[in-house]
Design a protein around this ligand. Sequence first.
Ligand code: SF4
Length: 475
Amino acid sequence: MSQTDYTRQTHHEFLVAAEQALDDPKLQASLTNLGDTLAQRNREAWAAFPQSDAVRELARQIKDETLAHLDEYLEEFEVSVRRRGGEVHYAADGAEACTAITEILRSRGVKKVVKSKSMTTEEIHLNEALEAAEFEVVETDLGEFIVQLSKQRPSHLVAPALHLRMPEIHELLSGDAGETLPNTPEDMALYARRRLRADFATADAGITGGNFAIADTGSIVLISNEGNARLTVSLPRIHIAIVGIEKLIPKFADLPVFLKVLARAATGQKMSVYTSVINGPKLPDELEGPEEMHVVLLDNGRTRILEGPLRESLFCIRCGACLNACPIYRNIGGHAYGGVYSGPIGAIITPLYDGLVANHHLPHASSLCGACQAACPVKIAIPEMLIRLRDQLHAEPGELGWAEGKAYGLWARSMRVPWIYRLGTWLATRTVGRLSKNGWIRKLPGALHGWTKSRDFPAPASERFRDWWKREGEL
Ligand code: SF4
């Protein structure tokens, strides 16, 4: 397995997948519905939280400081977990993490595993590895359970089944039940609840991710709206948490800062419904909890990113707000991106984890409008990083076509030589402007036609600014 075994797409496959998504009215309705709702809630949550700017800035600073001393915090976390009776395992990549988890489960005679939602386990394809080792694996987040039944990938960081409509969900759940279920959301949820409760009661091990890992207490923090993470941790006799090393925060006292921004960014809630702080296995005088707890700390390319100019991408707390805000994601959905992580942050971290040239279409899947950064709880400079990735790509041999290279060269020259720039703008108003209708051009000629395939091009103004300025007498 590579560092991250993504379902890679070529540029052409990406374009085809994007066009298919645009032509799918059901998907378009789902994207508009949920995207509008969540993006609106995000904006309202920031507006109703007077200190939001300062708290988001503080969250950024904590992340920055943690990454600057990550080695020390990892050591502190390991000591804290062991002090509370837990075990820590380090995994350099996805294959090592899957092997470590499989060995823990095998050596303890585990047959059935329940899981709560975790993008990190998606990243390393843990379910496939566990199923290949003949463990029964059941996702217990309702959206993830539905996605598992559909044998697809999640299409959103916090709403994994966003791409599925109610009739499809009804068919999947009825197929699992072996009978046609009543066709109401309540009845379908009730079926899933009963089915999953039985799985919780009979599972030998529970696997979770971790929203945060706290160095000074050795705690794993799990945030959910369904309570399934809490059952995953407390009912089976073994708990395994797999956590990317960037999820560390130094102190328990830092946690409220992130709790304040995470739910607001993700769903517009002041707080998520369940916040569970897991502090090791059950103690001798406790009635509930696992007998064993293991934390698998995953690198999988993160230390490489840490040393580079795009380390800020490791600030991400996987809230999904940038996806809901992004005009590209909201039109093509998550699956078109090809990787486990989609949307603006996926367009950065997939190339970083899996190779830039192999994923060269992703940094271009953005209008650079900045809506992602405005929505982000830790204000990650996503557009700036996408531009940096594009720049790196252009330095790769063969990435910039001959015509594109010449066009950029000409553009750069015209910006440096005033008379060429003047001539260019004069020609644009007299030639390109003629193709326009009501200020828009429906079809660009030649190699530029791709631009107008699914949108219009704004026509240049009929008069150049410099001519207007001269005529108005420079005020
Ligand atoms: S980049 Fe920011 S907005 Fe996007 S998922 Fe990460 S934390 Fe959320």
